[in-house]
Design a protein around this ligand. Structure first.
Ligand code: FES
Length: 199
């Protein structure tokens, strides 16, 4: 028999030692795996919320911030620009933000924003990702004789109004995206976090 001559007490000791060493080895092997699985500090930073001070943002002006590697536009719209949004619906592809992918529920309104005057938009054309130009003037443009202010993408002539809503007859299929955001106070917008209690 294989057990002949083996002290049973010593065999138990050896078995236990092997199990402990095996367990330690498994833990040692798992540590590098866990370390590589954790997002790096840089990756965490890249996905972190960004707080923007809008106290110096003038009416009609735009600030550009970076969030998750994307440009985010913050614009303080004038009363004239806000009023112009009301008449644009017949020329737009998705005036009521029916495409739910393009904005959080709390930005699903005519202004596509929490506060009417402050627009927060991802500044990437929804066609092929160019950066549209900011054209806030309410006056005829070479690319649109009825222009009421908005964004013009020169790559393939897509147009968006001052709420980032796409016009009909252009290659961009959807409205510009609205990122998750909320107001920490009157002058600070936090990009990347929904308002408390938002669905
Ligand atoms: S990328 Fe903007 S129109 Fe094509």
């Amino acid at each position: 028999m294989a057990d002949q001559g083996v002290n049973p007490g010593r065999r138990r000791f050896l078995t236990a030692t092997t199990a402990v060493v095996g367990g330690a080895g498994a833990i040692a092997a798992a540590v590098p795996f866990l370390a590589s699985w954790q997002p790096s500090a840089r990756a965490q930073q890249a996905g972190a919320p960004v707080t923007v001070d809008i106290s110096k943002l003038e009416p009609g002006a735009r600030l550009i911030e970076q969030w998750r590697g994307q440009p985010v536009w913050l614009i303080r719209r004038t009363p004239e620009q806000l009023a112009a949004l009301e008449g644009e619906a017949p020329r737009l592809r998705d005036p009521n933000s029916d495409n739910l992918e393009q904005q959080p529920e709390y930005a699903r309104n005519m202004y596509r924003s929490i506060r009417p005057e402050i627009a927060v938009l991802i500044g990437t054309c929804t066609h092929l990702g160019c950066s549209p130009l900011f054209k806030p003037e309410l006056e005829p443009q070479p690319f649109d004789a009825q222009w009421k202010g908005g964004f013009y993408c020169p790559c393939h002539n897509s147009r968006f109004d001052m709420a980032g809503r796409v016009y009909q007859g252009v290659p961009a299929p959807t409205n510009l995206k609205v990122p998750p955001y909320h107001f920490a106070d009157d002058n600070h917008v936090v990009i990347g976090v929904d308002p408390q209690g938002a669905a």
